[in-house]
Design a protein around this ligand. Structure first.
Ligand SMILES: Cc1cc2nc3c(=O)[nH]c(=O)nc-3n(C[C@H](O)[C@H](O)[C@H](O)COP(=O)(O)OP(=O)(O)OC[C@H]3O[C@@H](n4cnc5c(N)ncnc54)[C@H](O)[C@@H]3O)c2cc1C
Length: 571
């Protein structure tokens, strides 16, 4: 087939939302509530009405309840993120968290309550104040939220397109005027003409068990090319995952007494952190796991025997399977809650890197906004923050874009030449010879999964990984092909993952210290003098990655940075 002949359609809208997960839907909701006359078009590469990763989520929601102090929560995360916290932004976000929880309740989503109707919370990561509130029914909490929000989209008249990958943003000078993409089944080419564009594509990841086929790296590439500043790409979420299947839920089971033991039966986290033990973020645990395994004390097993029987209501699915596949595992003879021989390993999941935006999600490119997990906020993940931050930032950005459109002009049309050039570039990998996207992806995943690269970094290991990435980029990437539109989507994902990996390696090299999930064997201590700041990256004039450390503006912030969560650990 001659892909130049593939049909193309021009779609006009006021606001194009890329990504139909929690964040995209919250932005759409606020846009329509502000101005029902706005045309909002939400495009997702996934199936119709699925609602993003929220559909798989447990439904745990982080919120500051009435009567609690927002300042206490901000102080907790300043400490938890080793100082890398936009204090004013987080104050605003936490201030809105209970309202969004109530919104979900009003949409019919239920949370776990005691006999007096009080929400039952689970404290997070050994912090004094931050806690999450689980859904009433463990197993289908996130699914209920996704279904409620999809219903809202229908009620509010948000136009939605599925199975459509957006590949490039189109700009006129410093303003975004639209985007292009294609249908991953028919191959049809789309030109989106929009007055504003919102990127709500979720976390960037390497297609792990956790995020599998959703967000990968395409949006990172799109934003990078459009001149958006990116931040925190040296962070990773390396999760402790069973070796043979995936299981999530540690935000709760570790807080309630779950722990990991090595081959000698030792709860080894007590050694690395006598204060926190295993009640901490998974990155500290997987770092310790890697050290234990390297020192011959693997394999590692999960031990849930210390959880009180009455607390199992928080942990064990009561309904549905979420992605835990509890019933399927039982059928296979695996009882997650009693077996003592389920081997756990560190598994690279995603980066917390994202767009460095203004408080309202603005990117500095006129008309282009980012919300949800594609926006950089947290330096280390906290349970329940995925669902609350997506609702809150989606809400904030929906309001901001509605405001922007009150005065924004129409913007010029995407020209025939621009659209044709992007079309040619997009379909150029179509063919039937070379390497499949999966063959290339596995090589990048292997590169990332070395303990030396994802957990115990050093200049030597990072430089070697960058060299291998360059080799793959020059020798293998050009040989990658897409047999049909479905594989063209996979192709674009892998292409994006190359940039994502480069950003990760370069930022990790620049940060010559250890902080949060970023641990350098050759710089095992924090260095506040040079690195109490965010690593910001953007595209240079020659297309290369330009990066710098942007200091935390301590003088402007309310809370001193004088306590550091990583001080609880000795590795
Ligand atoms: C198993 C599991 C359990 C979880 N449990 C919890 C929990 O209990 N509490 C909690 O707070 N968080 C939880 N999370 C995390 C939470 O679900 C996510 O952080 C949150 O849903 C992310 O929302 P988002 O809208 O930012 O991104 P996503 O949900 O990832 O949505 C992004 C959407 O964009 C689409 N997309 C991406 N790129 C493109 C493109 N180029 N073109 C078109 N479409 C594109 C994707 O298909 C996707 O639908 C869980 C996640 C998983 C996987």
């Amino acid at each position: 087939m001659d892909w130049k002949q593939v049909p193309e359609t021009v779609l006009r809208t006021d606001v194009l939302i890329i990504g139909g997960g929690a964040a995209g839907m919250w932005a759409a909701k606020r846009l329509k509530e502000n101005d029902p006359g706005l045309d909002v078009l939400m495009v997702d590469k996934g199936p119709e009405s699925w609602g993003g990763l929220m559909r798989l989520a447990g439904g745990d929601f982080a919120a500051v309840l009435p009567g609690e102090s927002v300042d206490d929560w901000v102080k907790d995360v300043v400490y938890y993120w080793d100082g890398l916290c936009e204090q004013d932004v987080m104050e605003d976000i936490f201030s809105q968290s209970y309202d969004r929880l109530l919104d979900y309740k009003n949409l019919g989503c239920e949370f776990l309550e005691d006999e007096n109707g009080n929400l039952r919370g689970v404290p997070q990561r050994g912090l004094d104040h931050c806690r999450l509130y689980p859904a009433k029914l463990k197993g289908t909490g996130g699914q209920n939220m996704a279904e409620a929000m999809v219903k809202e989209m229908v009620r509010l008249g948000v136009r939605r397109m599925s199975r459509t990958l957006v590949t490039d943003l189109v700009k006129d000078g410093d303003r975004v005027i639209g985007a292009v993409g294609f249908h991953s089944i028919t191959g049809e080419y789309y030109i989106f003409q929009a007055r504003a564009v919102i990127v709500a594509c979720g976390n960037a990841s390497w297609k792990p068990g956790y995020n599998s086929n959703t967000s990968t790296g395409e949006w990172v590439d799109m934003c990078f090319q459009a001149g958006v500043e990116l931040r925190n790409f040296e962070t990773l979420t390396v999760m402790n995952a069973p070796k043979l299947f995936f299981w999530e839920g540690q935000a709760i089971y570790l807080a309630l007494g779950g722990r990991f033991v090595n081959a000698l039966g030792e709860p080894f986290m007590d050694k690395y952190s006598p204060v926190l033990g295993a009640n901490t973020d998974n990155n500290y645990i997987t770092r310790a796991m890697a050290i234990e395994i390297r020192n011959g004390r693997g394999p590692i097993y999960l031990d849930l025997s210390q959880i009180k029987p009455e607390d199992m209501v928080f942990v064990k699915p009561q309904t549905g399977n979420q992605m835990m596949n509890y019933e399927k595992l039982l059928a296979e003879g695996i009882d997650f809650f009693h077996d003592k021989n389920i081997e756990f390993i560190p598994q690279v999941q995603l980066t917390l890197g994202g767009a460095a935006t203004a408080p309202d999600g603005g990117t500095g490119v006129e008309g282009l906004y980012v919300c949800g997990r594609s926006r950089s906020l947290d330096y280390v993940y906290m349970g329940g923050f995925g669902l609350s931050s997506t609702a809150i930032t989606g809400y904030i950005t929906g309001n901001a874009v509605a405001d922007y459109l009150r005065t924004a002009s129409a913007g010029r049309e995407v020209s025939v030449g621009e659209a044709a050039g992007l079309k040619e570039k997009l379909y150029s990998p179509m063919g039937d010879a070379g390497l499949t996207p999966k063959q290339v992806l596995i090589k990048v995943q292997n590169l990332m999964s070395h303990y030396d690269v994802c957990l115990l970094k050093s200049a030597e290991s990072l430089t070697a990984a960058l060299g291998e990435l360059d080799r793959l980029r020059t020798e293998e990437l050009p040989r990658m092909y897409a047999a049909d539109p479905h594989y063209l989507l996979k192709y674009k994902e892998v292409e994006g993952i190359f940039l994502l990996t480069e950003l990760y390696l370069r930022a990790s090299l620049l940060r010559q210290e250890s902080r949060g999930s970023h641990y350098r064997l050759d710089y095992p201590k924090r260095n506040d003098k040079d690195f109490l700041g965010w690593i910001v990256q953007r595209q240079g004039a020659d297309g290369s990655v330009v990066q710098r450390v942007k200091p935390v503006p301590l003088a402007r912030y309310k809370h001193p940075v004088d306590r550091f969560y990583s001080d609880n650990f000795t590795f």
